[in-house]
Design a protein around this ligand. Structure first.
Ligand SMILES: *Cc1c(COP(=O)(O)O)cnc(C)c1O
Length: 398
């Protein structure tokens, strides 16, 4: 069998017509800056914040320029200072340690388990080293949030959740981003809503929200928000908080509002694709599917599997053979960072300590994007291709 897949792994859905119409209206009136409103007008950005706050059930929401900006702002709002240490995942992507570095702080990396979630034993062992954990729900895998919060609460460690891959996901029905002090989301093209660039920060804490609003560049116009705390919360904060501009604009907000309204339906479409792929990959000799816990509500916008204890050359062979048949896989064990794939030991500015147990797991992690432009038939074909090529290489190696 040598059928090829010819679809694109980087092609997203178009922007919904309602978003295009709303964007054109913003372009026609020209008031793109979020505080540039006509008499009596409420900006698209303020409405988007109100709608996203309602979607996740948060008191406050701030729309910003990127997910990375949301995380940096959350760290600052929690009082992280240059030289402080911040706990975070070893298995994540570059914007996460980058956000920590952006405030002059130093990441302390915590290991990964075979479920691709943060290693809670390792977290417990390192919990005394920092006052904040920037928890990345990397590739949508959510750890036991009850245990994680118990460990952090006991140690007085504040949690910021990086929900770049879990917008729309939940643990025991509680939306991802609602466990810690702050939840951060990305609206970048490859995430669950697409405005090119963009992000959200949500919290129930009025001090954190007020600081974040001031930092994002509200000047003294914070009362034009619909999902910010009341005026009293800004009384002293407005004099004490630097402006580190990172606002969202009305054009992107206009594109995003219909996508937030459609998010649950889109998540269902991702999951149909995910489970088609998972079913096709299950029981492939040599390949381990990642079983998802019953407590987790997933958004299957990407899929991972493990080639456990495989020699590096054999994994490379699988990736190359699948690529030759049009299936783009990413390998997290590759020694050199490629495209969006990177490893904790490639962030040399963070001076990462060696983590042999995590290295052993990363050496087998293979990852694939699941864009919504794939049909279910595409997903069935892709899983057949992976199954066949993994099977061939596995037999050869055995
Ligand atoms: C994309 C991403 C972010 C934030 O990204 P921005 O491009 O800054 O919006 C954060 N964490 C992870 C794991 C990501 O993949």
């Amino acid at each position: 069998m040598s059928e090829k897949f010819t679809g694109s792994f980087t092609q997203q859905d178009p922007i919904p017509e309602a978003g295009i119409e709303a964007a054109l209206a913003v372009l026609r009136h020209g008031r793109l800056h979020r505080y540039n409103t006509a008499e009596g007008e409420i900006s698209e950005t303020a409405l988007l914040e109100q709608e996203f706050a309602a979607y996740v059930g948060a008191k406050y929401c701030l729309a910003v320029a990127s997910g990375g900006y949301a995380m940096g702002t959350a760290l600052r709002a929690l009082g992280v200072k240059p030289g402080d240490k911040v706990l975070s995942n070893a298995f994540t992507l570059a914007p996460v340690p980058g956000a920590i570095a952006s405030v002059g702080a130093e990441p302390v990396f915590v290991g990964v388990t075979e479920s691709l979630t943060i290693d809670l034993e390792d977290l417990q062992a390192k919990i005394g080293q920092a006052d904040v954990l920037l928890l990345s729900h990397m590739r949508g895998h959510i750890c036991d949030m009850d245990r994680l919060m118990a460990i952090c609460d006991r140690a007085g460690v504040k949690v910021i959740e990086d929900c770049a891959h879990t917008m729309g996901a939940a643990w025991k029905e509680v939306p991802s981003g609602r466990f810690g002090a702050v939840g951060c989301y990305s609206c970048q093209t490859y995430k669950h809503v697409n405005s090119g660039e963009g992000g959200f920060l949500v919290t129930d804490d009025s001090d954190i929200a007020a600081r974040a609003v001031m930092m994002s560049g509200s000047y003294m116009l914070y009362e034009r928000h619909l999902a910010a705390p009341p005026r009293e919360a800004f009384e002293t904060i407005r004099y004490e908080t630097p402006n580190i501009s990172g606002r969202m604009d009305n054009l992107r907000a206009a594109i995003l509002r219909p996508q937030v309204a459609d998010l649950d339906a889109q998540c269902r479409r991702w999951n149909e694709r995910y489970y088609t792929l998972e079913k096709g990959l299950r029981d492939t000799p040599g390949l381990q599917v990642i079983d998802r816990p019953a407590q987790e509500t997933i958004v299957g916008s990407s899929i991972q599997f493990l080639l456990r204890n495989w020699p590096a050359d054999a994994v490379r062979d699988v990736v190359a053979r699948c690529a030759a048949r049009g299936v783009e896989l990413k390998w997290f064990g590759a020694p050199e960072p490629v495209a969006f794939t990177s490893r904790y030991d490639s962030w040399r500015y963070a001076k990462p300590a060696a983590m042999p147990a995590t290295d052993r797991i990363l050496a087998g992690v293979v990852d694939m994007r699941v864009p919504l432009t794939f049909s279910l038939e595409d997903c069935a074909l892709i899983s057949e291709i992976i199954r066949a090529e993994v099977g061939l290489v596995y037999q050869k190696a055995a």
